[in-house]
Design a binder for this molecule. Structure first.
Ligand SMILES: [Zn+2]
Length: 333
């Protein structure tokens, strides 16, 4: 992983040189080697809320900038108290078609490490950060990629790799390596945090598989609005069916609804689900047409506020696993 990450970094720096200073207003010298204090002053003067809160007074910790709240929480579990982890998109935001603000770009320029999910999730961000001299690490590096089968996204990687706890164990390994490069003095803590977190992820996986094992084969199906559960379904032995492939195009066509209805009826699927960040109206149509029950709302692309149902990734994945199990196994009883 180390070698790969460094190789990507080198490519990144070459590209930086080619592109040059397309962001004339941004202090491009702010990077890994430059003290945070100096960069903070520059970006504050530029008038952004983004840069200034990334360099809160007295907080000298390296800044890791992630693209969405789920990844930020996973990174925080590995980083512990040693790094300052931030997310560009906020809780509840739609992450597939996000448009970065000038403040986001300043934040990126001031960060010590930019942490992407990868798998084309952050296409909206790539062209803004290409010109920056900041190290980037792709958290999903090394997972077994699944492709989207349908629609305009056909053949592209499915970005939702974090929805399988087994994949997130690979994310954790990548983060342990990346953070050790960034802050070698705390490498051992990152390692220990990573191991403890891996064990909790394994437990979620094991409980999910055990609880689903009571279902007859035809009912082991996960029907959702977005095709965000391909990795979870693969690793939990469920057949996946969804109304649309990616949330960015969340207008359900009559054909999409019809094929979902057909799937539910053919297999006798007891319950269907929809994600928190989209309208569940199309899935309610499926419920009406089939008599399957609405099994509940699942969380995928964003955590909830603190105090909400899923303020951390572990809570998110446990919540989803429990909702799926309760929906599918409850219907027969
Ligand atoms: Zn999504």
């Amino acid at each position: 992983m180390h070698r790969r990450a460094r190789g990507a970094q080198r490519t990144q720096r070459r590209r930086s040189a080619e592109i040059g200073r397309r962001w004339a207003g941004i202090p491009l010298i702010c990077g890994v080697a430059v003290a945070l204090a100096a960069c903070g002053a520059g970006s504050s003067a530029a008038g952004g809320s983004g840069g200034s809160d990334a360099n809160a007074a007295g907080d000298e910790r390296p800044v890791v900038l992630t693209t969405f709240t789920v990844l930020a929480d996973i990174a925080e579990q590995v980083a512990g108290e040693h790094l300052r982890v931030e997310s560009i998109t906020k809780v509840g935001a739609e992450i597939h078609g996000y448009e970065p603000t000038p403040g986001d770009i300043r934040k990126a320029a001031d960060a010590d490490l930019i942490l992407d999910n990868g798998l084309d999730l952050e296409l909206w961000f790539a062209r803004f950060v290409e010109g920056l001299d900041v190290s980037r690490v792709v958290a999903s590096e090394g997972i077994e990629v699944m492709e989207i089968a349908e629609d305009a996204y056909s053949g592209r990687p499915n970005p939702h790799a974090w929805m399988s706890p087994l994949n997130v164990q690979i994310y954790v390994d990548n983060l342990v390596d990346a953070f050790a490069d960034l802050d070698p003095a705390h490498a051992e803590d990152f390692q220990q945090n990573g191991e403890a977190y891996r064990a909790e992820l394994q437990e979620v996986q094991d409980v999910l598989v055990a609880e689903l094992s009571v279902l007859p084969e035809n009912e082991r199906a996960l029907v959702t609005c977005e095709g965000a559960f391909s990795y979870l379904a693969r690793d939990a032995g469920l057949t996946e069916q969804y109304i649309w492939a990616v949330n960015a195009e969340q207008q359900a066509t009559p054909q999409q609804i019809a094929s979902t209805i057909e799937f539910v009826e053919e297999r006798g699927v007891p319950a269907v689900f929809c994600e928190s960040t989209v309208s569940d109206k199309p899935m309610r149509q499926v419920v009406e047409a089939t008599g399957a029950r609405f099994g509940g709302t699942l969380y995928v692309d964003s955590l909830s506020e603190p105090g909400g149902p899923v303020p951390s990734y572990l809570e998110l994945i446990r919540y989803d696993a429990e909702t799926i199990v309760a929906g599918l196994t409850g219907a027969g009883g």
